[in-house]
Design a protein around this ligand. Structure first.
Ligand code: FAD
Ligand code: DLZ
Length: 514
């Protein structure tokens, strides 16, 4: 009997063009997809993320079977479920008849290592194939990084623009500039038309998954319902069209804005679909470029959006693979505080934090500025151990996979890599949040009050962070102005900031409501 290929398809490899499928043929392969406890529970994943991944996996399996593939699908509640992806592959290999195992490289290093380790005991070879759904291969990024003392996303991004040809006029960037970020910092106004990401009614497959998640994983973080994510490629394409038509034109201008009770603003809410493989990053960018060419979106919006994907998203992946497994342990500033428990409950009087965490609980979503300048910023200011911040971000968002989450958290938001990824810490006091949002108007704390009763905690924490870490940060040229402002400050103001920060941190450590 001719031996077959065993092809494992992971929950974030839901793309018919994936390299493992291209390497085999329908007549000589068994495809294996498995819902397993180990993937569901290695962090305390949000219930909406679990339901999304399992439902999207089941729909993708149905699509592959309809296209003629022979496929074995293992459900989480199957009686003989082996609990891990490696164990499921080994169970299938025990049945015999395979000549090799094909696997597109997992996005997370822990799984790459698990498969490489396990396969040493197998009778058949494991062929781990490149995941070529990205613009830059590992080699491309290493070549770009080679010999550079400091990495800056902007230069990498320009290379990706040239490579993809996106928004290029010959050799020059469209509109004569690479980056229109200066036009993208307007605070939003509550009376603007507010689009909503497209919502999808759960079908029978999704309803089955929702029941299973509630039964088996009901103690996980977050609200399972209402569940409205797209779970098929067709739906994800509809969500893409909806974004381009309704929100893209204002995406750039209000990219950094935050509004009370408005979780999505003009953001695309497409990251979970792109990361799972339902949408390809390049097709998303081409769709946005087309909207610009047809006059349906301004250049600052199209460029800003495309930069997030072929710039930031690719850059993050490059940093993750370049650093390897130790990256999530980095702790340049030596931060040791535990993550405050209100990150899991949203129970805080700081309005910006309550908004960001509250919508995270409800939607498994917060947009970039909320992650970076609110929850990420607060954690860095109070000195939470970066590993705990990383585990929180990996658990609570529907789009979270370590390859993209860890560089965003460890590098960008916590400065725990000491500046490899970004040139300075994204630290800010209440003024920034007040400028970019309307949260402060409704907050119990006063953003204009710097210290003392009722003062916004971000204000004193900001200066406390800078003085506490002066040994490591003072020499940073991009922080020269803030340190010189501190140096010029009157001694009693300095002391008031320090005393107020001590008080806030003490309340935090005692578990008192902030
Ligand atoms: P939009 O604002 O509409 O942006 C468009 C697309 O650009 C996104 O869908 C995403 O694919 C891409 N993108 C934008 N910014 C980034 C970025 N910094 N890194 C990578 N891709 C980017 N993104 C994730 O996909 N998974 C994560 O686990 C994740 N964790 C983050 C943690 C922190 C602390 C921070 C600061 C950012 C994190 N991001 C993460 C990046 C970014 O916040 C999300 O990609 C974005 O909020 C997703 O929402 P959206 O689809 O509406 O994005
Ligand atoms: C995120 C996730 C979850 C929750 N469950 C599964 C699963 O049961 N089976 C599976 O194949 N994939 C799952 N995934 C996605 C994997 O965690 C992801 O493939 C790895 O983290 C590599 O990026």
């Amino acid at each position: 009997m001719t031996k077959r290929d065993l092809v494992l398809i992971l929950g974030d490899q839901l793309s018919t063009g994936i390299s493992s499928l291209r390497k085999t043929d329908q007549g000589r392969a068994l495809l294996l997809m498995a819902e397993v406890a180990e993937e569901a529970a290695y962090v305390w994943h949000h219930k909406k993320k679990l339901a999304f991944v399992f439902s999207a996996m089941r729909h993708f399996a149905q699509e592959l079977e309809a296209a003629g593939w022979d496929l074995r699908y293992v459900r989480l509640d199957d009686a003989d479920n082996r609990g891990s992806l490696v164990a499921e592959v080994e169970a299938e290999l025990e049945r015999g008849g395979y000549r090799r195992v094909l696997l597109t490289e997992p996005g997370e290093l822990r799984l790459v290592e698990a498969f490489n380790d396990a396969s040493r005991q197998w009778d058949v070879p494991l062929e781990m194939l490149e995941d070529d759904r990205f613009c830059a291969s590992h080699d491309d990024f290493e070549d770009w990084a080679d010999g550079r003392v400091q990495f800056r996303m902007e230069y990498f991004y320009r290379q990706m623009r040239r490579k993809t040809g996106l928004l290029m006029s010959g050799d020059a960037p469209e509109g004569g500039q690479w980056n229109f970020d200066a036009e993208n910092r307007a605070p939003a106004k509550p009376d603007l038309f507010m689009p909503r990401p497209m919502r999808f009614e759960p079908d029978e497959t999704t309803r089955d998954v929702l029941g299973m998640v509630e039964r088996k994983l009901g103690d996980h973080f977050g609200n399972l319902e209402p569940f409205w994510f797209a779970c098929t490629r067709v739906q994800a394409l509809e969500a893409l069209d909806g974004f381009v038509e309704d929100a893209l034109p204002r995406f750039g201008t209000y990219q950094d804005a935050m509004l009370d009770g408005e979780p999505f603003l003009y953001h695309s809410v497409l990251s979970l679909y792109i990361n799972a493989g339902l949408l390809g990053p390049m097709e998303v960018c081409r769709r946005v470029e087309r909207a610009y060419c047809e006059g349906a979106a301004p250049l600052n919006a199209a460029e800003g959006f495309i930069r997030q994907i072929i710039g930031w998203r690719e850059y993050m992946r490059g940093i993750y693979w370049l650093n390897g497994a130790g990256y999530t342990e980095r702790n340049y500033l030596g931060a040791t505080r535990d993550l405050p428990t209100f990150y899991w409950t949203g129970e805080t009087d700081m309005r910006c934090m309550a908004n960001a965490i509250g919508q995270t609980i409800e939607e498994a979503y917060a947009h970039h500025i909320q992650r970076l300048m609110v929850t990420g910023n607060f954690a860095m200011l109070v000195g939470v151990e970066p590993r705990q911040v990383h585990e929180w971000f990996l658990a609570v968002y529907a789009d979270a996979y370590e390859w993209v989450e860890a560089p965003n958290v460890i590098g960008m938001s916590q400065f725990a890599d000491g500046g490899q990824l970004g040139s300075k810490p994204y630290a800010a006091g209440g003024n920034y949040i007040n400028k970019m949002s309307d949260h402060c108007k409704r907050c119990r704390y006063s953003v204009t009050r710097k210290t003392g009763e009722g003062a916004c905690p971000f204000n004193a924490l900001y200066w406390d962070f800078l003085t506490r870490n002066a040994g490591k940060l003072r020499g940073n040229a991009r922080l020269a102005r803030v340190y010189s402002a501190w140096d010029r400050m009157k001694e009693d103001s300095k002391e008031a900031y320090k005393a107020h920060a001590r008080e806030v941190l003490a309340r935090l450590d005692k578990g008192e409501r902030l």
